[in-house]
Design a protein around this ligand. Sequence first.
Ligand code: CTP
Length: 212
Amino acid sequence: MGVVSKCLISAGPTREWIDAVRFLSNPSTGKMGYALASEAKKVGLEVTLVSGPVCLPPPPGVTLIKVESALEMREAVLEEFQNSELVIMSAAVSDHRPDFLSFEKLKKDKFPDQLKLIRNPDILAELGEIKLPSQTLVGFAAETEDHLLHARSKLITKNLDWIVLNDIGSPLTGFDSDTNEVTLLSRNEESVSLKISTKTEIASGILEIIWK
Ligand code: CTP
């Protein structure tokens, strides 16, 4: 039996808790990341999915690691990274977290008028720094303007092999949509566009391109 390659995928939003009932987050539903995990399994990869809180069932045959915050996601992803030949960060990681956490519910008259925020670590950029030439590292760029410019910049600064540019400004390609349309850019200056399609078909197309 041949050696099965390992694939690590992150998906969904992260939650940055403020108190027992409030958090900072974003509208990511995890649909794209879960579709990627499912399609990666179908093409014969051994898949670990690190997921923020979503309402989706785990794809069959995939190892699911559930996390909430960006710091928890970072820990889980770093733990799995070295064993993975293909790594796809599709999670919508919160860039900031509040500088305090109350385990009690803060009464409204105690809730601060202003929240002080701390920058979360950029998990993908960290992976780009430690990645080996044998590993394929893929990021997503969620953009609403100057799409190609920002995506190219993330490809280079985070030292990625591929970046998947996703226009999140349109209802057909945004967070909760069942469809998507993406452009993949590679470090070798290749560019491939996948026209509007279901997220399953887009996931399958992405894997065909990045995992030959
Ligand atoms: N990402 C990450 N850690 C973060 C923020 C983002 O690993 N703290 C990853 C995402 O999973 C994605 C890529 O970086 O693969 C780009 O994320 P995106 O939200 O598009 O951009 P940012 O790098 O956060 O930059 P900006 O918010 O300025 O667009």
